[in-house]
Design a protein around this ligand. Sequence first.
Ligand code: SF4
Length: 341
Amino acid sequence: MASQRAFSPAAVRHPCLRSLPRGPVPAPALAPSRGGPPDRSPSPAPAASADAALVLVEEDQRHYREVNDRSASRAGLDSPCPADFYELLGIDLDADNDAIRSAYRSLQRIAHPDVAGDAATGLSILLNHAYKTLTNEGARAAYDAAVRAFRERVGSFTGMPVSAWLGPPGEQRALFVDETTCIGCRNCTCTAPNTFFMEDDYGRARVSHQWGDDEEVLREAMDMCPVNCIHFVRRKQLALLEFVMKGCKREDIAIVARRRSGNMGIAPASNDPFTRAEVFLRRRERAKSAEEMTGEDPGRARSEQDEELSATIASAWLAVDPELRAKGWPSWEQAAAEAKT
Ligand code: SF4
């Protein structure tokens, strides 16, 4: 069980002296559900508030990084939200016109400004555009291609971490590997095999189970990382960091090494997961209005799906009274509530 023990350098053992890794335990797979957040078996829900004080001992501070979430704490912008027209209407990609019409009508009954007030204007406009786009055969074909590419590249932010939680309920620290700077040396997977594994796509380390090993072992793994890319982060920021990490470009390990030796300049800040997380929050905070995003012509169908539209949908959805959201989008509202606990 994790404790706040200070790490003793004398405890360092060579990774090869440790028992063989048990091998990666895959994180729960994402499976899309009908128009709601992807159905992921979540880690056990923490009993403590996500806002509980974070206690860092001196050893933690060397490895600690955080996302500047001042804007998120004001407006709940780090909540899971629908990200595209299908999720907004709560339907599958293969929904027929009857299903689209039925979903649109029932949601407009909830979100129309005459019922829900001025705050729902943006959401009502987006519902109109979703309906116009998805019931227009040509526009839908173009939009579907864009949505599939967007989901593959970015996807929806569900608010649930990818790694499983094995730590104590009140623990506010989590572990995060910045895979953009990891050089795949395997020190961490040898040292703490119940916490880290090597993912296959890029050959970088990743956390499969938070606190899968004792704290002393985890500190040892962090101290043995030659590029200091294993961080303690706030547990409440973990889901966001793991989400944006999916979109970060992994440079060839030889290039990462050359950058470290000063031969290739520094990596673009836009590829740093902490910077990307802050951009994600700022984008939601400063999302374009529904009119700006969809154009003035209410009959114009939209064929693009990108981060700006995703942020606009999120912003418009969050502007609506939570009771109405729970009525029209129960699975997303439930996901938002779970992410807060
Ligand atoms: S020790 Fe660091 S560089 Fe090596 S695989 Fe683990 S995270 Fe990557």
